[in-house]
Design a protein around this ligand. Structure first.
Ligand code: HEC
Ligand code: HEC
Length: 314
């Protein structure tokens, strides 16, 4: 795989398939009975949404051939898609309000009986409210943590080597080396022999440029709360782009560094979440840089572990 791409800062360009022709899925796939009319580009996100809701991998419903109906769960899923649509049409004006996850919540069989442990008197007392800083303050702390404006301005690019690992829960995880070249302004080359969804490359290649230009991101941002990410207390900054769903950035309250980016995308069956995680920050040419990056979605976990990151000097 060799990719040279130009990326925008926040909403990094959608996958090529979505911008070029996108025929209905029954035209491009072999055995579509219920999802007819859905654009082909939505098929895998919709499948990932269903997998995520049930807490299963694709192989719960699919055998070796995707079009085969050998597993009864696949036909059960068809009945469920029809049922979900009927509920939403009858009760919610056709909006996707009730979804697989409303009932399943990570279980193959939704538990019909509540747990006594869920009793109202057994709920933890509400945590005392933390006074939240302005988003600008959180970004200020982030820029300082990265190394400051001067170091960010001076960066010309990087050449990096490492290993990319792909896990889809169906076959054993596979790892291969990668080389990533990022030049300023945005010119990117990725080389690896491992195939994985292009979404896994968005942050892997784009995070560096966004950190350089974090001050010029021009969308509304608010700090919405505090959450614990990998054991660290983090401010949640919500960004609302002009198009698409809001996304969240999680900044470590102590170090100021970015721990996670969270995004969502709509599918015909429900909203599919994905996360990019950053860890193992080290200084490269005066700029703190994550040496571990991963992309997680229902269908894949792709990890980029950097061995070396060399600055490009003018
Ligand atoms: C809960 C069951 C379920 C899970 C889990 C599931 N699928 Fe599906 N899949 C279906 C159903 C049902 C269809 C057929 C939809 C229809 O008839 O409209 C389908 C169809 C497909 C097709 C089209 C095959 C063809 O040529 O007709 C592909 C490709 C596919 N799924 C991929 C995946 C992938 C990849 C995953 C994991 C990310 C996955 N599916 C997870 C139920 C599932
Ligand atoms: C209104 C609640 C509800 C919604 C919405 C719902 N389900 Fe279900 N689903 C159930 C219940 C309850 C069962 C168990 C039925 C039983 O025990 O026979 C079930 C069973 C299933 C099964 C069979 C379990 C197995 O053995 O594999 C599959 C597959 C399934 N659902 C997939 C889905 C998918 C995919 C969606 C979204 C398109 C969905 N369901 C939406 C309630 C729901």
């Amino acid at each position: 795989m060799r990719i040279a791409a130009v990326l925008s800062l926040v909403a990094i360009a959608a996958v090529a398939a979505e911008t070029t022709s996108d025929p209905p899925v029954e035209k491009t796939k072999k055995n579509i009975k219920t999802l007819t009319g859905m654009p082909t580009s939505q098929l895998i996100p919709a499948m990932a949404f269903m997998s995520n809701s049930l807490g299963v991998t694709c192989s719960h419903c699919h055998g070796e051939k995707w079009e085969s109906d050998e597993k009864p769960a696949k036909d059960a899923a068809r009945r469920m898609i029809v049922m979900q649509k009927a509920i939403n049409t009858a009760h919610y004006e056709g909006k996707t309000v009730v979804t697989c996850n409303s009932c399943h919540q990570g279980h193959v069989t939704p538990p019909p009986i509540p747990l006594v442990a869920s009793a109202g008197w057994n709920q933890p007392a509400a945590a005392p409210k933390t006074t939240l800083p302005a988003a600008a303050e959180v970004l200020e702390h982030y820029v300082k943590a990265l190394g400051g404006d001067e170091a960010l301005k001076a960066a010309r690019g990087r050449t990096s080597h490492g290993e990319v690992t792909r896990n889809n829960g169906r076959v054993a995880p596979v790892s291969k080396p990668f080389t990533l070249k990022q030049e300023v302004p945005q010119k990117i080359t990725v080389e690896t022999e491992l195939s994985y969804p292009p979404e896994a490359n968005r942050e892997f290649v784009g995070n560096f440029y966004r950190s350089l230009a974090i001050r010029s991101i021009d969308v509304p941002m608010v700090v919405t709360g505090v959450e614990t990410i990998r054991g660290k207390s983090a401010y949640v900054v919500e960004l609302t782009p002009k198009e698409g769903r809001p996304e969240r950035l999680y900044f470590d309250r102590e170090s100021g560094l970015l721990l996670r980016r969270y995004r969502e995308r709509e599918t015909p069956v429900g909203v599919l979440p994905e996360e990019y995680d950053y860890d193992d920050y080290r200084v490269v040419d005066g700029v703190k840089t994550p040496f571990l990056l991963s992309w997680s979605r229902a269908d894949y976990h792709v990890t980029h572990r950097f061995d070396t990151i060399e600055p490009i000097t003018p």
